[in-house]
Design a binder for this molecule. Structure first.
Ligand SMILES: CC(C)(COP(=O)(O)OP(=O)(O)OC[C@H]1O[C@@H](n2cnc3c(N)ncnc32)[C@H](O)[C@@H]1OP(=O)(O)O)[C@@H](O)C(=O)NCCC(=O)NCCS
Length: 180
């Protein structure tokens, strides 16, 4: 891959950086063990911090291999851990995004600010023509973030999402994207 994602992205209020082992406790407490937060994600709530430790290790290791790259979202002024944003970059022209914010930090604009920074970086690359994200059709918070980013809702991808906290069967997702 010619263009590697930046290891750090700084915005007005946030620093996005490569996850660290020391994020483990904040991830476990802030979202990984919380059924409300992981409801629309592709994994079940973590039952122990050991599970979160393995999760963090995998996110760090992926920076060497791709195609997934994750950043810890932290508050710039006090380095507080706020959440995580991941991209998948399987082919040069297209990047998909997903994100999660700790429950105590919802609706403060952090998810949108982090996603906007990554979207803007992606679109600034000559070879990237499309940034996309999918969300469960019953996840209005995530859909709202994507609307605020200026993405277009392109339709419903039927049976697209694996969300084991809701159903054993794949569920319909909204597909959002921005192109150039
Ligand atoms: C989706 C998520 C990342 C949003 O993060 P956030 O930091 O709260 O996002 P923001 O504050 O930037 O914006 C959230 C917007 O959604 C709105 N919103 C939140 N819950 C909502 C709901 N149930 N119905 C309608 N709107 C909702 C907020 O009001 C806000 O919009 P506004 O600025 O117009 O008021 C966060 O809710 C989360 O982590 N959810 C669980 C994980 C998840 O579902 N991730 C997405 C997987 S596709």
């Amino acid at each position: 891959m010619e263009n590697y994602p930046p290891k750090t992205i700084v915005t007005k209020n946030l620093t996005l950086r490569i996850p660290q082992k020391s994020d483990t406790e904040a991830i476990f407490q802030g979202y990984a063990q919380n059924p409300e937060v992981v409801r629309y994600l592709a994994w079940r709530p973590h039952e122990s911090i050991e599970e979160t430790r393995r999760f963090v290790k995998a996110r760090i290791a992926e920076w060497k291999t791709g195609p997934r790259f994750s950043w810890s979202i932290t508050r710039k002024d006090d380095q507080r851990f706020l959440g995580m944003l991941s991209i998948r970059w399987p082919v040069p022209f297209r990047i998909s995004m997903s994100y999660v914010i700790c429950r105590s930090e919802w609706s403060k604009g952090y998810g949108t600010e982090a996603a906007r920074a990554v979207m803007d970086w992606a679109l600034s690359l000559l070879e990237v023509f499309r940034v996309e994200a999918c969300c469960d059709i019953e996840n209005p918070g995530s859909a709202r973030v994507l609307e605020k980013l200026g993405m277009t809702q392109e339709g419903i991808l039927r049976r697209m999402g694996y969300t084991p906290n809701i159903s054993d069967e794949p569920r319909d997702c909204f597909c959002y994207a921005i192109t150039k």
